[in-house]
Design a protein around this ligand. Structure first.
Ligand code: GUN
Length: 288
């Protein structure tokens, strides 16, 4: 078996085209969706992600602002900044790029973002709505993963899904989303003994740990759908996912490439969340 490639770039481009059309309609009605990203410190990977988000907003005709702060910024300053953005009617989405420096208590920072502007879906309230299968902002990467899985045409209900990684950004929320789709979900993580024992039985594997080539061919059931969220830079400068693509693509039915799989879907899902946050506001003609 040779796996079909789950082309995240292609699906994301089509989503972005549709967002662009909606932005144009919103503009005609007098509202321009605006995203503000807060970056603290100068982690090179974060800078790449933040710049990509900014560039995409601009390409879609949206407004975008990146507010950068040194890692020494005080906790009070960041909270003050977020509170100000919460009140600003021209801002529809607020995203605090993670990771934050230790001293900033990222949980409290994320809790300060207004629920209606939480386009990252990382506020505890939005995590809770996901858990309860209620509508609300969902984190971008897990949303992108579900869209990719659904694009295969496979029925998710009744499938055994193994999620490797238990982060609040990807592992936990995607596990909940798969559960809500009717999958039987197992969450594996760094303390799991014999990872292969679980992955071998999985119809769907989502791996989000950032360990190059962790998932090898023999760990994957024939015909499984494999989603690789990891992206690591190897010593030779090449990018690698968490999945040994060469081995696993001989067994899987579908597999995401790295790059060009989950990454573009994350950005596209964030853009969808931002216009959704803008759709929910009071429009000028409604009050006029
Ligand atoms: N850092 C890496 N991925 C993400 C993400 O999806 N959201 C935020 N806020 N930070 C990130």
């Amino acid at each position: 078996m040779v796996a079909h490639i789950l082309d995240g770039k292609k699906i994301a481009d089509s989503m972005l085209r549709s967002v662009k059309r909606e932005v144009a309609t919103m503009k005609r009605k007098g509202v321009i969706p605006k995203l503000v990203v807060i970056q603290v410190g100068n982690d090179p990977a974060s800078t790449i992600y933040v710049n990509r988000k900014h560039k995409t907003c601009i390409e879609l005709g949206m407004k975008s602002e990146v507010r950068r702060f040194p890692s020494s910024v005080s906790y009070g300053r960041i909270l003050g900044e977020i509170r100000e953005l919460n009140e600003d009617k021209t801002v529809h989405g607020i995203l605090v790029q993670l990771p934050l420096p230790e001293h900033l208590n990222h949980k409290k920072v994320l809790e300060t973002v207004a629920i209606s502007k939480d386009v990252d879906g990382l506020h505890p309230y939005n995590h809770g709505r996901n858990l309860l299968a209620k509508s609300g902002m969902r984190p971008a990467t897990p949303t992108g993963i579900i869209t990719l899985l659904e694009s295969t045409g496979a029925k998710l209900e009744g499938k055994n899904a193994v999620v490797v990684g238990r982060s609040n950004i990807v592992g936990k929320p995607v596990a909940v989303m798969l559960l809500n789709k009717g999958c039987t979900v197992t969450i594996c993580h760094s303390k799991t003994t014999d990872l292969g024992r679980f992955t071998k039985d999985a119809d769907i594997i989502v791996c989000a740990v950032g360990k190059p080539n962790l998932i090898k061919g023999p760990m994957v059931k024939k015909g499984a759908i494999v989603i690789d969220v990891g992206i690591s830079r190897l010593k030779d400068g090449k990018l690698s996912g968490d999945v040994d693509f060469k081995e696993v693509s001989k067994r899987a039915s579908w597999i995401t490439p790295v790059p060009g799989g989950v990454g573009p879907m994350t950005i596209a899902s964030l853009m969808c969340n931002t216009i959704a946050a803008c759709r929910d506001i009071e429009w000028p003609q409604k009050s006029g």
